[in-house]
Design a protein around this ligand. Structure first.
Ligand code: PGA
Length: 254
């Protein structure tokens, strides 16, 4: 697995298309010369028509923060993979904890992942526990979230799958409150083991695993070098181009 992957999750930000354009342009400019890096920017849907016009580079592709498991029909408020195709979106974040908190369950996340992959996009599926205790129940929690998605996938689907481990308690905090890298390393091994159980070693080892949860310029390097992840899912820091570009650079440092 060569390239590192950085995904920007803008969530429900910014509040105008001119601002979105400004951030996107700055990110593209700042990352254009970085080798061995894949960058995805996932803005709110409404900004896609505008951002796609600002010529995506090979380095920075557009993505979405969700997508539905049907292509059209009586589903008020939903957006389908087919609808965003003309905006050249390459990836959809699915099962983000903020969506799960609004009622999305494992079954729905599994259906969405299958559909997004069958439509030729990459499914970035988020998993992560709400809290940690000494009994290690969070491993079972993460396993259940993963099983719900993996049981429905074929080995050939794995080319279009990325997993993100995002402990909910570590999202939206200061850098010091993020997960420690030893705990991350253990969880990455656990997730990899589940992938191997399902698909065998070689295909399983090709699935990128990202970390998300208070990733900043100051801790990005540690996560990829000590945490054993293939990249990062960045929330609030991705709205600040300067910080986001530094995160990208830190990710590439040896
Ligand atoms: P954060 O968000 O970087 O602001 O913690 C990460 C996420 O929720 O994807």
């Amino acid at each position: 697995m060569s390239k590192r992957i950085i995904v920007a999750n803008w969530k429900m930000n910014p509040t105008s298309s001119s601002e979105a354009r400004k951030i996107f342009t700055a990110i593209k400019k700042g990352t254009s010369k970085l080798p061995e890096l894949e960058v995805y920017v996932c803005p709110p849907f409404v900004f896609l028509p505008d951002l796609v016009k600002s010529k995506t580079t090979e380095k920075v592709a557009l993505g979405t923060q969700d997508l539905f498991y049907e292509n059209a029909g009586a589903y008020t408020g939903q957006v389908s993979p087919k609808m965003v195709r003309e905006y050249k979106t390459k990836l959809a974040i699915l099962g983000h904890s903020e969506r799960r908190a609004l009622g999305e369950d494992n079954v729905v996340v599994g259906k969405k992942a299958r559909h997004v992959i069958s439509e030729g996009m990459t499914a970035l599926v988020c998993v992560g526990e709400g809290e940690r205790n000494d009994e290690g129940g969070y491993y079972t929690f993460v396993r259940d979230e993963l099983e719900a998605v993996l049981t429905g996938l074929k080995r050939t689907d794995l080319k279009k799958l990325i997993l993100a481990y995002e402990p909910i308690w570590a999202i939206g905090k200061r850098a010091e409150e993020a997960l420690d890298t030893k705990a991350l390393y253990e969880m990455v091994l656990f997730i990899r083991k589940i992938l191997i159980e399902h698909f065998g070693r070689t295909p399983a080892e090709r699935v990128p695993i990202l970390y998300g949860g208070s990733v900043k310029a100051s801790n990005a390097h540690q996560f990829v070098t000590e945490g054993g992840v293939n990249g990062l899912l960045v929330g609030s820091a991705s709205l600040n181009p300067k910080e986001f570009i530094t995160i990208c650079k830190e990710t590439l440092k040896k």
